[in-house]
Write a protein that binds this ligand. Sequence first.
Ligand code: NAD
Ligand code: TYD
Length: 357
Amino acid sequence: MSFKPTSILVTGGAGFIGANFIHSFVGNNPECSVTNLDCLTYAGNLKNLAALEGNSRFRFIKGDIGDAALVAGILADHKIDAVVHFAAESHVDRSITGPEIFVRTNVLGTQILLEESRKHWQSGVVENFRYLQISTDEVYGSLGETGYFTEETPLTTNSPYSASKAGADLLVHAYHETFGMPTLNTRCSNNYGPYHFPEKLIPLLIHNIINKKPLPVYGDGLNVRDWLHVRDHAVAIETVLKNAAPGSVYNIGGNNEWKNIDIVHLVCDELDSRLGRDAGENRNLITFVKDRLGHDRRYAIDATKLKADLGWTPSYTFERGIAETIDWYLDNQEWVAEVTSGAYREYYEKQYGGGVA
Ligand code: NAD
Ligand code: TYD
């Protein structure tokens, strides 16, 4: 029997995936209220949720997942029966230059959220409860040229980011085993789509091409990622939340592997015509730079279990998804200008010594 949440707490809902999830979930669940807890780091922006302003089923609370009293109050006041936990530091490069905040937010923050969720669930205030941890394929480490990550692949992490996400996943597992808490855990491949902060590969490429800035390709450009449209991810999360057995782990992936350099070429070429430039002109912006430290070579998700158990498959073709994403960025240059000012500029200038549009 499927679980029907009535009041969910989303953490990190002002970020890329959280915001897309909230839009999708609110649209699909007219009976359920949604509370978004987000402390608005450089990666969080309330503009991502502007369309929900004035919606009586949606509320935003500015705060930190590490604030136990605040979390406890929200869970009790709003009779939360499901927590969907996105809030995190999410950029691998930042975890290399400053790992501490990754441990604080992703590990300690998750532990505090789990602990308050446990007390709330055990208090019996709500009849039914789920805690859903949003994780990443990066917890499985790196693949060679063949093979796929399944839910049974051991966690083997290579970056402070992935290590902190794996630490959180292990805590979630421990809360299920120790307390019998009804937890769920999803591990998704690389997402792309609207509201993606332009420090990540695809939106960075679009942003820099528009502004005729260099396109930094790490190492030989042959690392492989498996790309999934963020709206497909949102639907997968809702499917798992409502239908998965407590304690389960599900991989989510697009079955859509690309070498980085091929993505760079694709985005360059798509933008040639849209920007009225000559065919091949944007490729002149490609600049090979020093490789990322500990750079994982290949990620590829086996999402068979999710399809077999719960019937989920992606709906976007990559062709359609990337074209729509590029158009979204062209149509939302004001958003890009806002999020790329301030903290982003400083960070990017430090990384590349200028070149920020
Ligand atoms: P993001 O960086 O765009 O957004 C993170 C959000 O969390 C921001 O709104 C930020 O303000 C908020 N936040 C950070 N620290 C917080 C704290 N202490 N308290 C409250 N809010 C806080 O991240 P994203 O790309 O949307 O990723 C969301 C989740 O999905 C993360 O857990 C990430 O590990 C996971 N994930 C991401 C991808 C991807 O491709 N982006 C793929 C798989 C899994
Ligand atoms: P990213 O979007 O940071 O996601 P992740 O590291 O979580 O997979 O990077 C995707 C791939 O693109 C990764 O192999 C690193 C590479 N990359 C570049 O080559 N140049 C860039 O400027 C960035 C941000 C990433």
